[in-house]
Design a protein around this ligand. Structure first.
Ligand code: GDP
Length: 628
């Protein structure tokens, strides 16, 4: 046990309002535990004397800070503190921006935190913000030190007032302080020894309380995540190199590489300098591996076990702390760094801006510097990631704007679906070799097969237009069929509901089936809300060039006025959850093949626009005429 503790020190972040005494607390703690280098105390006394001030413990950190200045990439001071029972790493951040950035990028992960609050000044806005940030990054072990009790006359009633206020705030954000204790850091009261100045306090000292904290579970217990840093070619062997962020792997393990979704088994684990190649590697180790098959793997891919893969998605929700100098706005693009990949992302929506002081949230068109917000981010490419709750190592990211980190945050996939099945299946039908070609079918039918994909809000007119277009195309002699909620949800997809995952699966099946219809030579019109761009993109991949996206457009107010099935009314009344337009998002097509605006166009005009489009783009023109 002891050996374990030595190897894995517990990491404690010290946070709080500037001047409430963080550095003093750390300096004094170092001294009282015998961790100050020889001669340091005399030096501190001398410096303080020269400046004509009482002993200033915070100067003890200066030497550590000098080291920090050299290690600019770290940006936090990390000090080793040894006690009889265990080792600590004390993390002191010059400011909450650096602290948060480092916490979220994993450069300085803390297991627990001490929040320092000045007994006289009380809980400040910054105290609250820091507490909120601890909660944001998932630190659950928090100890509050109400400091400078000497200046508050060591009064119990003052301690209680400040304690009650911070406890109230913490419980408001779902954090329970393990202990709130009165200290006078400068004098060492209640740090390592009980203070005689505050006999009314009978709890443990700060150090005794820290001893009760547990180091966070090692990432080794989590599923395997190995972001690929590089692929080297050495003597015809391809060596895949990266650092295992969580979990472990063994020779022979079947690995899945995301987002490409290819699998291969680990043939060897390489090390440098080369030796007999270990059979196992685990989180925290940088390794090279070779595979048993020559699959295509590149930098930025994420390796996992086949059985416990990361999620694949185009969208993710993020709770982020914005420290960019300009505002974060909807539509803005940044580079997001997650694992070893850097992808460009766009801000799809700002869902709420959180006031960390008053703990309320509001909708806002932008996020200002130093605000915390929940946003939805979107990428053009498929991303492999984890929800922060499932895997902190892969569940966080940093946004970069022009080489500057402007935000750090954690990922939530709540309400979003894993797109793996949809993404992997789409377009992967390796048909049996038909003896008939698409062209032969088109000649017989007089038109190509096609998927005419309608998308739009409930009540926009998709079904009405689809049925009318179907009727007229049929009359003109075309092979045409409409897929809509009635014939799909009652049969093929009767097992699916309206949860995000079910919605994705619903559209996936429709997309695949529509693609088969088109392959068979039919014109198939689909009339589904299909609110997510990524789902429609998967349907497009399935049908390839036969896919045509038609946006049946009408503004929300118009759709709600029409409310043909009374669904808006029920959704507004709260009877239907996740109703598109009301309580679930609708993502407009970015570049549809045709837009039909039913708010301003009568049905007849809209149908004609659709028929014109189909005749121009799908109908097998001159040759068709010759064959029929
Ligand atoms: P930081 O900005 O949170 O790191 O705060 P410092 O540790 O630099 O402390 C700010 C000031 O408060 C310094 O002048 C300290 O000497 C003083 N201070 C810190 N702790 C105590 C204490 O327990 N009692 C008194 N009287 N002063 C303290």
């Amino acid at each position: 046990m002891a050996a374990n503790i030595m190897r894995d020190p517990i990491r404690i972040a010290v946070v709080g309002h500037v001047d409430h005494g963080k550095s003093t607390l750390i300096g004094r703690l170092l001294h009282d535990t015998g961790n100050l280098p020889d001669g340091k105390l005399a030096e501190l006394k001398e410096t303080s004397r020269r400046r004509g001030m009482p002993l200033e413990w915070s100067f003890a950190l200066d030497s550590f800070q000098a080291e920090r200045d050299q290690a600019v990439t770290i940006g936090t001071t990390q000090i080793l503190l040894r006690t009889a029972t265990r080792n600590y790493v004390i993390i002191d951040a010059p400011g909450h921006k650096e602290f948060l950035k480092n916490m979220l990028t994993g450069a300085a992960q803390a297991d627990a935190a001490i929040l320092v609050v000045d007994a006289v000044e009380g809980v400040s806005e910054q105290s609250r913000r820091h507490a909120y940030l601890l909660q944001l990054i998932g630190i659950r072990q928090v100890l509050v030190a109400i400091n400078k009790m000497d200046l508050a006359g060591y009064r119990q009633d003052r301690f209680q007032v400040v304690r009650d206020e911070i406890v109230r705030y913490l419980s408001g954000i779902g954090l329970a302080a393990h202990l709130v204790l009165p200290v006078a850091a400068r004098d060492g009261d209640n740090l390592t020894m009980p203070a005689t100045t505050m006999p009314w306090h009978s709890g443990p000292t700060l150090l005794a309380a820290l001893d009760n904290f547990a180091a966070s579970p090692m990432p080794i217990e989590l599923p395997l995540r190995l972001p690929v840093q590089n692929v080297y070619r050495i003597d015809k062997r391809r060596i895949i190199v990266g650092r295992i962020e969580s979990g472990a792997l063994r020779v022979g393990d079947e690995l899945l590489f995301s987002p490409g979704n290819q699998t291969a088994a680990v043939k060897t684990i390489e090390t440098w300098p080369p030796n007999a190649g270990p059979a196992e590697a685990k989180s925290g180790e940088s390794i090279g591996i070779t595979l048993d098959k020559p699959i295509f793997v590149e930098r930025g891919d994420l390796a996992s076990h086949v059985t416990d893969p990361p999620m694949l998605t185009h969208n993710f929700r993020a709770r982020l702390f914005w420290f960019g100098r300009t505002k974060l706005t909807v539509g803005a693009s940044y580079r997001a760094k997650l694992g070893t990949w850097v992808r460009s992302i766009t801000v799809h929506s700002i869902d709420r801006v959180i006031d960390t002081d008053l703990l309320n949230s509001h909708e806002a068109p932008f996020v200002a510097t130093h605000e915390v917000a929940e946003v939805t981010l979107r990428s053009q490419s498929l991303l492999a990631l984890d929800d922060h709750r499932a895997n902190p190592a892969l569940g966080r990211f940093v946004l970069i704007d022009d080489h500057d980190a402007v935000a750090a945050g954690i990922i939530s996939m709540e309400g979003l679906a894993d797109e793996r099945r949809a993404a992997v299946g789409a377009g992967n039908r390796f048909g049996t070799e038909h003896l008939l070609t698409a062209e032969l079918r088109a000649r017989r039918n007089g038109h190509r097969g096609a998927v005419v994909w309608f998308t739009g809000l409930p009540g926009a007119g998709k079904s009405t237009l689809a049925m009318e277009a179907e009727r007229r195309l049929f009359l003109r002699g075309y092979q045409v069929y409409v897929l809509d909620g009635d014939n799909i949800r009652r049969g093929l997809n009767y097992d699916l509901g309206f949860s995000p995952a079910d919605r994705v699966e619903n559209i996936r099946r429709i997309g695949e089936m529509a693609a088969l219809f088109a392959d068979a030579g039919l014109i198939v019109i689909t009339a589904f809300i299909s609110p997510y761009i990524s789902d429609r993109e998967n349907a497009r991949r399935a049908a390839k060039s036969s896919f045509h996206e038609i946006y049946i457009k009408a503004d929300l107010a118009t759709c709600e006025r029409r409310d043909p099935k009374g669904l808006y009314k029920r959704a507004r009344a709260g009877d239907i959850a996740d109703f598109t337009g009301v309580s679930a998002p609708y993502e407009e097509p970015v570049n549809p093949d045709l837009v039909v605006d039913t708010a301003s166009q009568p049905v007849e005009e809209a149908v004609r626009a659709i028929l014109d489009y189909i005749e121009q783009n799908i109908v097998f023109n001159s040759t068709a005429a010759a064959v029929t």
